[in-house]
Every structure is written in C-alpha cells, then in structure tokens.
Design a protein around this ligand. Structure first.
Ligand code: AMP
Length: 393
C-alpha cells in the first residue's frame, strides 16, 4: 500500500490535479490531469506519470457542482486501493496571517473567506474544493498553500504604497504572488548551486502570468507584483504596472468596473499590444510589426524590473529564469540578458539554445553573474508542504 496525496489547483473555469505517491519524505508523481471549460464546455484530460493518456471522465455537466465528487471517484478508481491520505490546495491569498502553508480547519477557512475581497476572481474558486472535500471526507487532512506566503519576509517598507495609513491598515499593500513557484525554485537552487543560492538572486517567473522576485539568503525581499497579480511586468493579457490615472480616466469616460477589469485581466499585455495573440510563441513567429513591438516591450519592462530589483538588493549574484517562457524561450532569455549586460550578465549562446525545459546554467564561463534556468513545479511544492504539515516539520 502506498499513501497518495492529492494536489488541486482550482480556477474559475479549470481544475488541475496531480496525485503523488508518498514514501516518507519522497514524493513521486503518479498521475495528473485537468478539467477545462467549466461553466461552458467542460473537457477532461489525464495522464499517468509516464505520459500515457488515461481513460476520460465522461458526461461532465457544465458547472462546478458535483465535479469534485466525480473526480474523487475517478481518482480512487485509479489508485488501485492505495489510500488518499491528504490533499493540498493552491490558494492565491494568505493575507498577512499566513506566512506558510497551513492545515485547514473551520477557523482557517473563515480567515481565508475573509480575504476574498482582496482576490475576488480567485479566492472563492480556490476555497470551493476545500469545502467540497471536507463535506465528503471530513477526516481527510487538507492543507492550504499560498501564492503570497513566500513574500511575507519582505521588509514592511517594501510592502507599503504611498497612500494614507488607514488604507494600508485595511490591507491595501503589496503582497506579491507566484510564491509557490519562487519557493520551489529557491529550494532547487539551494540544492543545485548552494554557493549562489545564499546570495542576491533575481528570479524571473515568465509564464502567461509573469513576475520577478528579488531573493536574498533564500528569502523574498521585493517582488514586481503587488496588491494584485496585475502589477509589474507585461503578461499574456495583463498590462503590468499602469499609471492609476489611466483607470481614473476610463472611469470618467463612463467605463464600468467590470469593463475595466476585463480590459486589465483579459485584453491587455502581449495580446493587447500585438492584437494577435497572448502566446509568446505566436509573436516570435509572426512577421508583423505589432508582434515585434509587443515582444520588445515585454523584454524592455523585464530589463527595467531587473535593474530596479538589483538596486533593492544592492547587487546581483545570479539570475534564474522559470515558467513557460523563462524555461523554453532561448530568444527571450537572450534579449533579457543582453539588456541586463550592464549588471555583468553574459549568456553562453549555445548553452542557452540547448536549454529548453530543463535545468541548466546558461551563462558564459566568464559571466560575472551566473544565469540559470530552473523549471518550476508548484504542485510538487504543494505536495512537499502537505508532508511538512502532516509531520509538523
Ligand atoms: P505557463 O503559464 O508557465 O504555463 O507559461 C505559458 C506560456 O509560456 C505560454 O503562453 C507561452 O506563451 C509560453 N511558452 C511556452 N513554450 C514556449 C516557447 N517554446 N517559446 C516561447 N514561449 C513559450
């Protein structure tokens, strides 16, 4: 019998899951999958650890209701009698209270509910499956793992907006996101290259959402994302940092909050500037000027952010790229590193070209600042935190 741990990452229209086998502290992926199109046309896809497709979950109705029960039964059928011993959930917001992953009980759930106004688009969807599992399996330990927790080490000054104090006291401050990714990459770097992991490191998480984080001694010092996941660098469909006056102007032009929200979360960024696609691959292949401009702006804003975070750190000992674009696009890494050349960053072009989706050093041997790619694994990070919470580590 092998203990199994379920990891869930629930969004507004998708539910991603992974199941890990646990033997002591060792975790091995057993199966993974996702339901997409919840609320419209749901589809299900799952694979075993070796990538073989597993049988589908047919006859899904459109909504969230009952979905988790169906999925739970499907998973149990594929565990061949092995027990599910715990579940871990990605939860976007842990507010000021949660500086690490936590076993969920009623009091924790109430605290997490209270944070919904800070992340209305995500928090309710993250908490729904926790409730559904608690109702079906009341004895199953469940662990909430937060995108914000890694950043709780940031100095208070870095978390403050220059707004009146009472707004800060109400929670309007910088939280930072992608924390599970940064926690994973930081741990992997410590294991792989301990001599640089303790220094001043900038991690660039460049996926469809993108942010950068300044890390010193393995702890977050500052991040490009702030109060929401809108801040910082350009993303697939989000603009990154934006003069708040733009929002005021649009409101005075009669734009509703919903329309502005759609603009900022779904229509801006690479998609908005290019008018073509939010996918970096499409833009790099396109010959249109608008695509080139979107890519150039993406690179420029990342270069600027690296400069700013290096100033916060008072130096730079390493750069690490991660997430979809950071792990796979040699072209974007090369252009970002060219822009950061003044900081002592120099790539090895061949190593950079070779490195696609795996960990490796991609800087030239004489680069003052080493550059690495490290594939992120937020689900494994969650599974590790589940084990940590179960063992009290
Ligand atoms: P993530 O959110 O980390 O899954 O990253 C997804 C994004 O990575 C996609 O939207 C693509 O734009 C980007 N991506 C994936 N593979 C490549 C590639 N080979 N070159 C450029 N971008 C890529």
């Amino acid at each position: 019998m092998t203990d199994a741990i379920l990891v869930l990452n629930a969004g507004s229209s998708s539910l991603k899951f992974q199941v890990f086998d646990r033997a002591g502290d060792d975790l091995t992926i057993r199966l993974r999958g996702q339901v997409e199109g919840i609320g419209s046309r749901p589809s299900f896809r799952a694979t075993a650890a070796d990538g073989t497709a597993l049988d589908p979950l047919d006859g899904l109705d459109t909504g969230h209701t009952g979905l988790l029960d169906r999925l739970r039964t499907w998973i149990a059928d594929h565990l061949g009698g092995d027990p599910l011993v715990a579940a871990g959930h990605r939860v976007v917001h842990g507010g000021d209270r949660f500086g690490g992953s936590v076993l969920v009980d009623d009091a924790v759930l109430a605290d997490l509910d209270a944070l919904t106004p800070l992340a209305p688009l995500h928090q309710p969807h993250n908490l729904g499956p926790i409730r559904a599992l608690a109702a079906a399996l009341p004895d199953l330990p469940q662990v909430a793992c937060f995108d914000t927790a890694f950043h709780r080490t940031q100095p208070a000054l870095h978390r403050r907006f220059a707004l009146p104090r009472d707004l800060h006291d109400q929670g309007i401050k910088r939280y930072g996101f992608h924390g599970l990714s940064y926690a994973y990459v930081t741990a992997d770097l410590r294991h792989r290259v301990p001599e640089i992991a303790g220094g001043k490191v900038i991690i660039a998480h460049l996926g469809s959402g993108a942010s950068l984080c300044a890390v010193e001694h393995g702890r977050s010092v500052e991040s490009s994302m702030g109060f929401t996941a809108l801040d910082g660098v350009i993303m697939g469909t989000r603009p990154g940092s934006l003069d708040a006056g733009v929002v005021l102007h649009l409101m005075r032009q009669g734009w509703s909050a919903d329309r502005i929200e759609t603009l900022l979360y779904k229509q801006s960024g690479l998609l908005g500037v290019s008018g073509i696609s939010n996918d970096m691959r499409d833009l790099l292949e396109s010959e249109r000027d608008e695509a080139a401009e979107a890519v150039a702006l993406f690179v420029h804003r990342i270069g600027r952010e690296i400069g700013a975070l290096a100033a916060t750190l008072g130096g730079l000992d390493a750069v690490v790229f991660t997430a979809g674009i950071g792990e796979r696009s040699a072209e974007i890494r090369a252009r970002v590193c060219r822009q950061a050349g003044w900081l002592g960053v120099r790539l090895d072009p061949e190593a950079n070209q070779r490195c696609r989706g795996e960990a490796g050093r991609i800087s030239a041997p004489d680069s003052r600042v080493p550059v690495w790619t490290i594939p992120t694994n937020e689900e494994l990070m969650i599974a590790r935190d589940v084990v940590g919470c179960l063992t009290g580590a």
